[in-house]
Design a protein. Sequence first.
Length: 384
Amino acid sequence: MVENAEVTQTPSPSNEPSTSANHPLPSTAHAAHPQGHESIFVRPSDLLRPKAASRTTVPTTPPDRPIDRDQRAGLKAIRDFLRIRNCYDVLPLSFRLIELDVGLTVKESLNILVQCGIVSAPLWDSSTSTYAGLLTVNDYLNVVRYYNLHADKLKDVDKLLLSDLKDVEKVLDVKPPETVSASPEAILYDALRQQLVSRARRIPLVSYDSDTQRTMVTSVITQYRILKFIAMNVKETEVLRKPLAMIKLGTYGNIVRCTMDTTVLDVVDEMVLKNISSVPVVTTEGILLNVFEAVDVIGILKTGDYGNLTWTVGKVLSARSPNHPGIYCCSLEDGLDTIFETIKRSRVHRLMIVDDNNYLKGILSLSDILHYLLVEGQEETNPT
Ligand code: AMP
């Protein structure tokens, strides 16, 4: 079987006599063993066999190098750490919790978020005294899309309540985000694995009070806070030296980009449809200039003027606060070791992967990193 397969794959030398119709003899063998010397005749299969053998001996897995072993050891250390911590451990010693009643208007909620410098908050339904989900930037993106489609309703925008957001989702036919909450006592590793499935970017910590039989929100943990917690406590992050190019971490194909002239409405549409939280702003040559973030929409809406959504991305970026931290970049040669160092020092939400000329090559989001830390290498082996 192998011989036949090989013969058909080997190009037949043209104009050469052959020993049989099915087994053309390679010209070199034919020249070395002219017809008449049957005893030393080399059959095509003899020549072809070593090729077949060399093909089958090509190693299927690359050799295990120190850098591979270190990477595995680093991942194991992180997973072991996450398995002995609970969600509560991620919270700082002192923190504040801002919860919004679903009876507030969307406009009021925007003012509160802006005044408190936050971009999401758990919702509270005081009529039932229960936790009512998480308000995130995505809700505001939906509101933007809703009024773009129903400009006639814009006159009532100030009356829109947080409890109406579910109806907005229905009209837009968008699936409400899965609210995957976790108990503060839940094992961090388990809570994160659950979060991966839902693709949620935050985990509300919700506890149940058996006395009152009510749920209560303790806090909300973000992807950044989890990664910073790892960066500060697991020294083995230093051995995650494999470059992004090698571990193929991040998104490189079909990157949604925009230019300074794209309108905010167009960018918002893409962000909602593709479920992404940012869009890099590039020149026509693909050089990275900036990043439009979903949270930029809060800054636009805070004035209450929905007409601002026809602004271009360039105009929105130039209206950003001077305190905006800027964007974070890395290269394909960077490993998670250096990225964790950056996370330790700065509130990073994503990194743009660029080459030496600032040409955009890819995007590395915090969800990509978390996915890698939890899942990499687990398909082939038992979870360790
Ligand atoms: P994020 O929006 O940061 O939660 O990222 C969710 C997923 O989408 C990750 O796998 C990112 O690498 C990817 N991603 C983020 N932004 C973009 C974009 N502009 N175009 C394509 N993929 C993206």
